[in-house]
Write a protein that binds this ligand. Structure first.
Ligand SMILES: *Cc1c(COP(=O)(O)O)cnc(C)c1O
Length: 630
């Protein structure tokens, strides 16, 4: 077996420490964990990490059973102090007051106080440093050891201390300002968790070991505490600082409400179009993703209804079993053509497309370079993959290249929204693809807000940049401008074959229903044959930005997403409410969707909005923003 001791410090100030007794087999894993703990501590980055690894002879190790744990939670500190006093009196009649006084006036020290009831003296050799109990660990599997748990560590220490020769009891108050807990431990009483024993936020705390020098001399006790190797056995792993999850949920919800981050569903009583009603109030919709108003287009609805009658309501299986019908095949061919790729594959949503693609493509050897403003579904895909994630500055191709050059890797992926969903700006696709080619990285873009919106005929970012650049993979959704539901991936036939075999969100989910497929097919047909749809939307975007500028709001966008950044969550909510009361449905977008203090009104335009409506809205927004930030 090996003893590991880690101490991390910064300018000689202690940051963190830990120690373990482990088998040779566990050693590499534990070293990894321990080093990580030293590197990423809330107290700061260390400038010195001292790691000491020593072999220990198994015969030298004493195994001790963990103390029994009980809890004593009172309402007040006074009640707990009284409890401590009673327990002490049972063990040591006489010295109680001395000890309690010591406890209340404990100096800040790294180690513990060693108090002798026989002489009524402290017996640490160095009164500033105190006694440091070392060489101890629990005999539990290494998986558990990975989670630093203050309670386990305290229990291990208390068990070792309680078994010291001549030891009567130990008293501990956590010196962590975040905790108000402590414990009383003795062989007779076991380990009694106490809370509260101090005021929240106070860094008062420490340990007192109480022993009797008529039983064992101080030298022997100190030697045992500092040198004897102890493995604590029989720790009951079900005894943990358990918290009631329902209580946590309640607290979390309350906190969200307090911080104006609480979200609720709005129930819309009409179909998705610019004129809607909510709770019988007529509203003008400025937050739909149905940019081309295709969700409510008569021909699209007709196609969906007919497909439902002809093909049924559901698809009946996953794509690889019984769920593929000819609508899937037809739509995939149309999507490949739309995005100028060899092949395409449908997913149930854009979300599952991103999750499926990234998790299928990135393995342990892959680094994924991801824009800091990428959509949550990209972030989740990255997290679900085994790849290493490197986040670069928003749409900053210099930062991206710098990051590509700063790390060594074998396989790499670049992934970005092509139109960013909260800011409405457009990826620098030519440079993005150029970097991909230069460094042999696979390029992926997410066109959720680009399809049907940007490019001369609404085909997306590649068309917007006049086909100077074509990424390797284009991910999209049928649920926004195309007015239906579903996600898709366009790429080479080879990549698509790979995804059919590897993308779990494709494989293990039921295929899309016929109505959604037929609706999307009709929408793409309309996109291809009626260029005025996209032209009208693009006109509205230009016109509305001009209106905002006339109203002194410096907003510019080439996409249907037009953010008016306000800053504070509360002010953004208040502006959204003012507009709502005037009959405009515009959401306040807040943390965690966007960074804290960049809360905003996020206006989205539809091809069906009129100039009169847009001009009116620009004026109302200007007034509402002004009012909310007064
Ligand atoms: C909406 C969106 C998605 C998710 O698409 P769904 O089909 O709604 O699941 C993915 N990426 C981006 C950038 C989006 O805006």
């Amino acid at each position: 077996m090996y003893s590991i001791k880690m101490r991390a410090s910064q300018n000689s100030r202690h940051i963190s420490g830990s120690e373990k007794i482990v088998t040779a087999q566990q050693l590499p894993d534990i070293l990894h964990t321990v080093t990580k703990r030293a590197l990423y501590h809330s107290l700061g980055q260390p400038d010195l990490i001292n790691l000491k690894i020593q072999p220990v002879d198994k015969a030298e190790i004493i195994c001790l059973p963990a103390l029994q744990v009980t809890e004593h939670f009172s309402q007040t500190i006074t009640e707990n102090m009284q409890f401590i006093r009673e327990k002490l009196a049972e063990l040591i009649p006489g010295c109680c007051d001395d000890i309690i006084q010591l406890l209340n006036n404990m100096p800040q020290m790294r180690g513990a106080i060693l108090y002798d009831v026989h002489t009524r003296q402290r017996c640490e050799k160095d009164l500033q440093r105190g006694i440091r109990v070392t060489y101890m660990d629990a005999e539990i599997d290494s998986g558990m050891l990975k989670n630093k748990n203050h309670f386990f560590e305290a229990l291990i220490l208390a068990t070792k201390v309680a078994h010291a020769p001549g030891m009567l009891a130990e008293l501990c108050i956590s010196d962590d300002p975040d905790y108000v807990t402590g414990y009383f431990a003795s062989l007779k009483h076991g380990y009694i968790r106490l809370s509260p024993v101090k005021e929240p936020g106070s860094s008062h705390g420490g340990r007192i070991f109480i022993f009797d020098s008529s039983e064992a001399d101080a030298e022997t006790v100190i030697n045992y505490l500092e040198k004897t190797k102890v493995l604590v056995t029989d720790i009951k792993t079900d005894f943990h600082q358990r918290e009631n999850i329902q209580d946590c949920i309640r607290t979390e919800l309350l906190q969200l409400k307090k911080a104006d981050l609480y979200r609720q569903l709005k129930i819309i009583e009409t179909q998705q179009q610019k004129n809607i009603t909510i709770a019988n109030q007529p509203l003008l919709m400025f937050s739909s993703n149905s940019y081309l108003n295709l969700a409510a287009h008569p021909a699209v609805k007709q196609a969906a209804a007919e497909a439902c009658l002809a093909w049924g309501a559901g698809s009946g299986g996953s794509r690889l079993t019984t769920g593929t019908n000819s609508l899937h095949v037809k739509l995939e061919a149309m999507l490949a053509e739309l995005k100028h790729t060899e092949s395409a594959l449908l997913f149930n949503t854009g979300y599952t497309a991103n999750v499926g693609v990234l998790s299928a493509l990135a393995d342990e050897d892959t680094v994924i370079f991801s824009d800091e403003y990428n959509h949550a579904s990209i972030i989740d895909g990255c997290r679900l993959s085994k790849g290493r994630i490197i986040v670069y500055k928003h749409n900053d191709m210099q930062d991206l290249e710098k990051k590509i050059n700063s790390i060594a890797f074998t396989k790499g992926i670049l992934v970005s929204d092509s139109v960013f969903s909260m800011d409405g700006d457009i990826l620098n696709l030519p440079k993005f693809v150029e970097l991909g080619r230069k460094y042999q990285l696979l390029t992926i873009i997410d066109e959720a807000h680009a399809t049907g919106v940007i490019g001369k005929t609404g085909k997306g970012a590649a068309e917007y940049y006049s086909y100077q650049a074509q990424p390797d993979i284009i991910i999209g959704t049928l649920s926004k401008a195309l007015g239906s539901e579903g996600g898709f991936v366009c790429a080479s036939a080879e990549i698509i074959e790979y995804l059919k075999n590897k993308a779990r969100s494709f494989i293990f989910s039921t295929a899309q229903n016929p109505a959604s497929l037929a609706a999307a097919i009709k929408s793409i047909e309309l996109l291809n044959t009626q260029p005025d749809l996209v032209q009208k939307l693009q006109h509205n975007i230009r016109y509305f930005c001009q209106c905002l500028q006339k109203n002194k709001l410096a907003v510019q966008s080439d996409t249907a997403i037009i953010p008016v950044i306000i800053g504070s969550e509360t002010a953004a909510l208040s502006a959204a409410q003012t507009l709502y009361d005037k009959g405009f449905l515009i959401p306040a977008i807040r943390y965690p969707t966007v960074a804290k203090n960049t809360a905003r009104l996020r206006i989205t335009l539809m091809s069906s909005h009129t100039e009169t409506e847009l001009a009116l809205l620009a004026r109302e927004i200007s007034q509402a923003v002004h009012k909310s930030t007064l």
